[in-house]
Design a binder for this molecule. Structure first.
Ligand code: GTP
Length: 346
């Protein structure tokens, strides 16, 4: 075996643009054989599907491995390590491994897993890239919402944290070797300046910041950082690790996710307007999935981050493929599932 295989960990909050950036990496890989490990919260596998459908020749279905368990950090031993081991046993080993964490994952335990004896000898963390939704930062989505927190505390005595979203955002920044301020197309210069300061203020470390739109960062900037991050975990502790130095497990009770299945949808625009309304009424953080529109040969991909909704027909339904319409909904714990399902299906 020649040197260790570099692995890039791509993290960032729900909807920041991780999958979009990875797609850009695959399209510009320059012949490099890249294996992808993708983890998603909410078991619908939308990201894997988007990437498998990206039509990049160098990226075959075999090279996209999905861990649909939701939280890479909690499943490190159960899922991630055997997946990684199997990948390393393949005849054709990848030149580079890219791991997309779920938008709700703490990257720290994942990075620590690279110190497992079987893995450490064969792979090294090239670097941790944290993708930031600059528009969401500018809109104050990661700043503490005191009213909402107070309401959550009333509902749950055990809430020992500050805002779970804010903590997670900071933990993902703290893990970074490189921070991509994405979605700059949605901001003006002053807004971007504010985001730069806000992000820098939320991590004691000083990782490099790059700005991007649609995750378009040159591959030469993203890959080949050569940091060996697994040897530097002591400097990147999460809030949770700092609070519980005994390494107590964290859980995701703070977030909630479920899938809504729809029957035939007649009009895409009507559905999207309805979704916008539901997202705002129920404070949904992320909603995505595929929908069959009656009479249309293509499936509609829906991607909502907060109340910003993107949608496009991504590919024709395959012959014999069930035309299922399913949307994954993610929000803070306590989502009113029955009301949301009813409103989406109305
Ligand atoms: N306007 C704008 N939209 C973007 C940009 N980058 C990504 N998006 C959109 O934001 C939405 C979420 O992008 P994804 O790449 O799926 O985000 P993600 O971080 O992988 O999301 P999760 O896996 O759910 O955490 C999609 O609708 C993208 O098209 C950008 O730079 N500008």
């Amino acid at each position: 075996m020649t040197g260790k295989i570099p692995a890039t960990v791509i993290t960032g909050f729900l909807g920041a643009g991780k999958t979009t950036m990875i797609r850009n990496i695959l399209q510009n890989a320059g012949g490099r054989r890249i294996a992808l490990i993708i983890n998603e919260f909410g078991d619908l596998g939308v990201d894997g599907d988007v990437l498998k459908g990206c039509g990049v020749e160098t990226c075959t279905e075999d090279d996209v491995i999905e861990l649909t368990n939701g939280c890479i950090c909690c499943t490190v031993a159960d899922d991630f390590i055997p997946t990684m081991t199997a990948l390393l046993e393949r005849d054709k080993r990848p030149d580079h491994i890219v791991i997309e964490t779920s938008g709700l994952a703490l990257p720290q335990p994942l990075i620590a897993a690279f110190n497992w004896p079987d893995i450490r000898t064969q792979v090294t963390v090239d670097g941790v890239v944290t993708v930031v939704d600059s528009a969401a930062v500018a809109a104050g989505r990661f700043a503490e919402d005191h009213d909402k927190l107070a309401a959550q505390r009333v509902a749950d005595d055990n809430l020992d944290h500050e805002s779970p979203i804010e903590e997670l955002f900071e933990d993902q920044l703290t893990a970074a070797d490189l921070i991509v301020l994405n979605k700059t197309d949605l901001l003006d210069a002053a807004g971007l300046d504010l985001v730069r300061h806000e992000v820098a203020a939320r991590t004691a470390r000083k990782p490099v910041l790059v700005e991007a739109s649609q995750g378009a960062v040159p591959v030469s900037v993203l890959l080949g950082l050569n940091v060996g991050t697994e040897s530097d975990i002591a400097n990147r502790k999460s809030h949770h690790e700092l609070e519980h130095e005994d390494g107590e497990e964290h859980d995701h009770d703070e977030f909630d996710s479920f899938v809504v299945a729809l029957d035939g949808v007649a009009d895409a625009q009507v559905l999207i307007e309805r979704l916008r309304h539901v997202i705002e009424a129920h404070d949904i953080l992320r909603l995505k999935g595929f929908v069959a529109i009656e009479g249309k040969p293509m499936r509609l991909l829906i991607q909502a981050v907060g109340s910003r909704i993107d949608s496009y027909f991504d590919r024709p339904w395959a012959a014999g493929e069930p035309r299922d319409s399913r949307l994954v909904v993610i929000g803070l714990a306590g989502l009113d599932r029955a009301a949301i399902e009813q409103a989406i299906r109305a």
